[in-house]
Design a protein around this ligand. Structure first.
Ligand code: SF4
Length: 92
């Protein structure tokens, strides 16, 4: 089974209008912020047409990678989803 196939088995309950991760507005992304477009396992981060990093937190697995890399610098604001929302792992 490919990783993408396994990820597809997860379920995600969206908390409308209350994303649990936010990217601080920026002109140009730092190297760490830019790296998130490649290393987020759920591919939540993308570059927009202005070269800025955006996040769509739906599908986030709460792995904490972006938190470790970018929370201390303030580039990413990271909270766990409210109870009942967020990722639902099928096997664990
Ligand atoms: Fe991606 Fe993990 Fe950050 Fe969620 S916590 S957005 S899965 S890097």
């Amino acid at each position: 089974l490919r990783v993408e196939d396994k990820l597809f088995q997860n379920r995600y309950l969206v908390d409308p209008g209350r994303p649990h991760i936010k990217v601080r507005p920026h002109e140009r992304p730092s190297a760490n912020l830019r790296a998130l477009t490649r290393i987020c396992p759920a591919k939540c981060y993308e570059l927009n047409d202005k070269g800025q990093v955006e996040i769509a937190a739906d599908g986030c697995m709460e792995c904490g990678t972006c938190r470790v890399l970018c929370e201390a610098s303030g580039e990413v604001v990271w909270n766990y989803p409210r109870g009942g929302f967020g990722v639902l792992f099928k096997f664990g």
